[in-house]
Design a binder for this molecule. Structure first.
Ligand code: PLP
Length: 400
C-alpha cells in the first residue's frame, strides 16, 4: 500500500482518538436534546456545559461567554452581522479568510436587501511584505462611525501572527469592538482573550483535531450581539438551533488536549519539526519563504505552518505530483482550490502573480512524526526538480 503523509493540517486536522472516544456515546446511548428537562436532556446538557468550560479554559474566558456555532465561518459571520448596523464602519485587513472578507463585502454592498439596510463602510488595511498589519494603519483608519475592527490572529496560508494585542489596545482606547479570527491560532499558540483585549474571537473544531462542523465564538460579557438565526433561545439567545452535542463534546475534548499540549511544550516540538522541513526545503534553488522580507527578516508565525515558493513551478501541478507520491500539501486555502486567480493573501504581500502561483503551504498536525518530515524531504526536492525539467519557462526565464 502506498504511504500517505498528510501535511495539510491548516485545511483540516484528523480527529484525535481521544476526541472520537469522547464523542462516540453521544451518537448512541446519550442521544438526548440538551434542551429537554428529563434525564436524557440533562445528560447531554451536562456534556455541553463541560465542553463550554473546556473551551473557556483554552481561551482564558468565562464559560457563559462561549457561543457554540457550526464552525469558524458561522462564528465570523455572527461577529460581523451581529454587531454591525446600517451606516457603521468596519476595519479589516486584506489577508482575512473569505469568511470575513465576503461578509464585509456583502455588508458594503449599496443596499443589503437581505437585511433590509443600507450598506456599511469597510476599510481594508494592507499588509507589508511579511504579511503583517501595521497597528498604526488601523489607528489611522478609525472614523467616528467605526463600530468594529476585525483582524485575524494567524493567517491560514502563511501562519503569520498579527499584532493582535496592540490592535486590541487601539480598539479599547477608541471604544470600538475588536473581533479576531483565531481559527488558525487556537491550539497552536496560547490564546488569551484578556491578553489580546478582544471582545469577540472565533475558533473552529476541525483546525485543532476536533470534528468538522462545530466552532465557537467568544463574546465578551456585555457585548450587544444580534442573533443571525430566528428560532429558539439556545446559547442564551445568541444562536438558535438544537446544539450539535457530539460535535460540541468533540470540540471540548480537543480544547482540553490542546491546553495539555501547551503544558507539555508540544508547540515547541512542532516548531522544531517545521523549522527542519523549512530549512531543508529552502536549500532548493530558486525557493523562498513567504512571510519574510527582502532582508530575510521573518514575521512571527504559528509553529505548524510554512509557505514556500518554488519559482518556475505551477503550484497546483506540484500539489498533484506530490499527491501521486503520497504527500498531501496545498497551494493555500482549501476552499479556494481550483481558483484561477493567485492567492489574495500572497498578492497582498506584494508577491508577483507567478510567484504566488508557485507557492505551497506545508502545515503540520499533532499526528505527524519525524518520519513524515523525512518523507516530505525525500519527496519534494526531486519532484520540484522533475517539474522544472519539464518546464520551458523555468529553463528560459527563471534559471536564466
Ligand atoms: N477562518 C480561518 C482563518 C480559516 O482558516 C477557516 C477555515 O479554513 C475559517 C475561518 C472557516 O472555518 P470553518 O471551516 O470551520 O467554517
Amino acid at each position: 500500500m502506498q504511504r500517505r503523509v498528510y501535511l495539510d493540517n491548516n485545511a483540516t486536522t484528523p480527529v484525535l482518538p481521544e476526541v472520537l472516544e469522547a464523542m462516540q456515546p453521544y451518537f448512541g446511548e446519550r442521544f438526548g436534546n440538551a434542551s429537554s428537562i428529563h434525564h436524557h436532556g440533562q445528560e447531554t446538557r451536562g456534556a455541553v456545559e463541560r465542553a463550554r468550560e473546556s473551551v473557556a479554559a483554552l481561551l482564558g474566558c468565562r464559560a457563559p461567554e462561549v457561543v457554540f456555532t457550526s464552525g469558524g465561518t458561522e462564528a465570523d459571520n455572527l461577529a460581523v452581522f451581529g454587531l454591525l448596523h446600517s451606516g457603521d464602519h468596519v476595519i479589516t485587513s486584506t489577508v482575512e479568510h473569505h469568511a470575513i472578507l465576503n461578509a464585509c463585502k456583502h455588508l458594503a454592498s449599496d443596499h443589503d436587501k437581505d437585511h433590509e439596510m443600507p450598506g456599511c463602510e469597510v476599510t481594508y488595511i494592507p499588509v507589508d511584505g511579511r504579511g503583517l498589519v501595521d497597528p498604526a494603519d488601523v489607528k489611522r483608519a478609525i472614523r467616528p462611525n467605526t463600530k468594529l475592527i476585525t483582524i485575524m490572529f494567524a493567517n491560514n496560508e502563511t501562519g503569520v501572527v498579527q499584532p493582535v494585542a496592540e490592535i486590541g489596545e487601539i480598539a479599547a482606547e477608541a471604544d470600538i469592538y475588536f473581533h479576531t479570527d483565531a481559527v488558525q491560532a487556537a491550539g497552536k499558540i496560547p490564546v488569551d482573550v484578556n491578553k489580546i483585549g478582544c471582545d469577540l474571537l472565533t475558533i473552529s473544531g476541525h483546525k485543532l483535531h476536533g470534528p468538522q462542523g462545530v466552532g465557537a465564538l467568544y463574546v465578551r460579557k456585555g457585548t450587544q450581539l444580534k442573533a443571525m438565526f430566528y428560532g429558539g433561545s439556545h446559547e442564551r439567545s445568541r444562536r438558535a438551533g438544537t446544539e450539535n452535542v457530539p460535535g460540541i463534546v468533540g470540540l471540548g475534548e480537543a480544547a482540553e488536549l490542546a491546553s495539555a499540549g501547551f503544558d507539555r511544550g508540544d508547540d515547541k516540538g512542532m516548531a522544531a519539526a517545521r523549522d527542519l522541513l523549512e530549512r531543508e526545503l529552502l536549500e532548493i534553488e530558486d525557493a523562498g519563504l513567504n512571510g519574510a522580507d527582502l532582508s530575510g527578516k521573518r514575521a512571527p508565525r504559528v509553529p505548524n505552518t510554512t509557505n514556500i515558493y518554488f519559482d518556475g513551478i505551477d503550484g497546483e501541478a506540484l500539489v498533484i505530483a506530490l499527491d501521486l507520491k503520497g504527500l498531501a500539501v496545498s497551494t493555500g486555502a482549501a476552499c479556494s482550490s481550483g481558483a484561477i486567480e493567485p492567492s489574495h493573501v500572497l498578492t497582498a504581500m506584494a508577491l508577483r502573480p507567478n510567484r504566488a502561483k508557485a507557492s505551497i503551504r506545508f502545515s503540520l498536525g499533532k499526528q505527524n512524526s519525524a518520519e513524515d518530515i523525512e518523507f516530505a524531504l525525500a519527496t519534494v526536492p526531486e519532484t520540484v526538480a522533475r517539474l522544472r525539467d519539464l518546464s520551458p519557462v523555468y529553463r528560459t526565464v527563471v534559471a536564466k
